[in-house]
Design a protein around this ligand. Structure first.
Ligand SMILES: [Zn+2]
Length: 219
């Protein structure tokens, strides 16, 4: 499979194209759809699917335009389906369950439920790459203070991604890190959110609240 990242818009968003043979899936088309379609045209690809990591506007604002230009089906977690159906041709939008696979050429892409940044976010696993949306950034992770966000839930989703083979390449939803991509192994040894030893330590770091003071010694 070939993976092409395109940085779009003013929020350092990545839209990411995954191709197998002549078939292509586009993850999180939000801005500058014409640039994405230029890549598709230049390489002679056909867009089969749009994979949505989550329904924040900076990840979905281009879905309708892309649907108008292609016959791609749109996949999103069921808990964020209504928001997508309001933003794109409803008949093209389908829920995708945890563990469900989407065929792409001779390959398949597997959806992983990774909620916590939003209520029913998805990451997409190709076998040697994971597209993490706003769940995991290079050296960071998504916020949990928007509606549907929940820090303990995000912790569990991050643990799930961290359990993938360490050579798995990480393609995040924003260009917020020192490099555009990294690996699961690098994140596990450098990302402060993955270096947390417990859920409570993570929640304190993510929400900016100090951990409880140790009571040992004196009170
Ligand atoms: Zn987001």
């Amino acid at each position: 499979m070939e993976i092409v990242q395109v940085e779009v818009g003013l929020l350092q968003n990545f839209s990411t194209l995954i191709a197998a043979g002549r078939e292509c899936a586009i993850v999180d088309p939000a801005f500058e759809v014409d640039r994405l379609l230029t890549v598709v045209r230049e390489r002679g690809w056909t867009v089969r699917s749009v994979l949505v990591t989550h329904s924040h506007h900076d990840h979905i604002d281009g879905v309708a335009e892309l649907c108008a230009a292609t016959s791609a089906l749109v996949y999103v977690g069921a808990g964020e389906l209504e928001r997508l159906r309001a933003a794109a041709p409803a008949a093209m939008v389908q829920p995708i369950a945890d563990g469900e696979a989407i065929p792409l050429g001779e390959h398949r892409i597997v959806a992983l439920a990774t909620p916590g940044h939003t209520v029913d976010g998805r990451s997409y696993f190709t076998g040697n790459a994971i597209l993490t949306g706003d769940t995991l950034f290079v050296g960071g992770c998504g916020r949990t203070d928007f509606p549907g966000g929940d820090a303990p839930t995000l912790w569990r989703s991050l643990q799930r991604i961290a359990s993938l083979p360490e050579e798995t390449r990480v393609y995040p939803g924003h260009d917020y890190g020192a490099t555009p991509t990294s690996t699961v192994g690098w994140e596990g040894t450098h990302n402060p959110y993955l270096l947390c030893r417990s859920e409570s330590e993570f929640v304190a770091l993510r929400t900016g609240k100090s951990p409880p003071r140790p009571t040992r010694g004196f009170r």
